[in-house]
Design a protein around this ligand. Structure first.
Ligand SMILES: Nc1nc2c(ncn2[C@@H]2O[C@H](COP(=O)(O)OP(=O)(O)OP(=O)(O)O)[C@@H](O)[C@H]2O)c(=O)[nH]1
Ligand SMILES: [Mg+2]
Length: 218
């Protein structure tokens, strides 16, 4: 009896299935000319607040929309809808990440060719989302100043599978004695060369640089 290898096999099959669906999604987005940005981070590090500000800023110049994942509630979708952009909530029940099929189902009824940028806020989690490709062009990992500079070292996979990092809640940096050098050093040690932005979605600090970067890559 070899229970462990069998478990690994099932997991690999699930991931392979997701990769196939993600490839279809990626192709669909490419044909539609839609740039897709996914956001991952631990719970409460500021994904929705960051997106609220981004949607409000970009609404005037780009056709933007968002999908947002949580285990339960429509709270984040209701917050993001205030921007006036199309937004859909994905509730995952007990699942700690979004997968490509959830994204595909949520897009039903949407003409993606009418979107310039689609944002996907993943379920707040520093582990599960890293294995699931969503067909995105850019994966952004957020790290808030309140959660500790060591998070990149403890959760390297989520940083390794992201393209760019954003340090959030910079307005609280002094209050929590945030060690900026250590945070940057830790990010670079798990993902050398990673581009890192520092923002406060509350005060707007750093948001212009971030938005300019996004518009330059999309
Ligand atoms: N001071 C400060 N607080 C912030 C900032 N961004 C978010 N917050 C606060 O942090 C808390 C969590 O913010 P959310 O945007 O809901 O975080 P989230 O990552 O979307 O949370 P989940 O979706 O539950 O994982 C809220 O109380 C926000 O007001 C910021 O830039 N500065
Ligand atoms: Mg949120």
């Amino acid at each position: 009896m070899r229970p462990q290898p069998r478990m690994v096999e099932v997991r690999q099959r699930v991931l392979k299935q997701n990769d196939l669906l993600a490839r279809n999604l990626r192709e669909r987005f490419r044909r539609a000319g839609t740039y897709v940005v996914s956001i991952v981070s631990s719970p409460g590090s500021g994904k929705t607040t960051f997106l609220e500000r981004l949607l409000a800023t970009l609404r005037g110049q780009s056709r933007v929309a968002a999908l947002v994942g949580d285990l339960a509630t429509e709270n984040d979708a209701l917050r993001l809808q205030r921007s006036g952009a199309p937004v859909k909530q994905i509730t995952t029940g007990s699942v700690c990440h979004l997968d490509a099929s959830m994204v595909s189902n949520a897009l039903e009824g949407w003409d993606v060719s009418k979107l310039d940028i689609l944002f996907i806020e993943n379920v707040g989690n520093l582990v599960c989302p890293s294995s699931y490709n969503l067909g995105e062009d850019l994966r952004v990992v957020l790290l808030s100043v309140t959660e500790g500079e060591d998070k990149p070292l403890k959760y390297p996979t989520i940083f390794n599978t992201a393209d760019v990092a954003v340090i959030t809640k910079m307005d609280l940096a002094t209050a929590v004695e945030f060690d900026r050098d250590a945070a940057h050093r830790n990010i670079q040690s798990v993902r050398p060369g990673m581009r890192v932005f520092e923002v406060s979605a509350k005060t707007g600090l750093g948001m212009r640089q971030w938005t300019e970067f996004l518009l330059s890559v999309h």
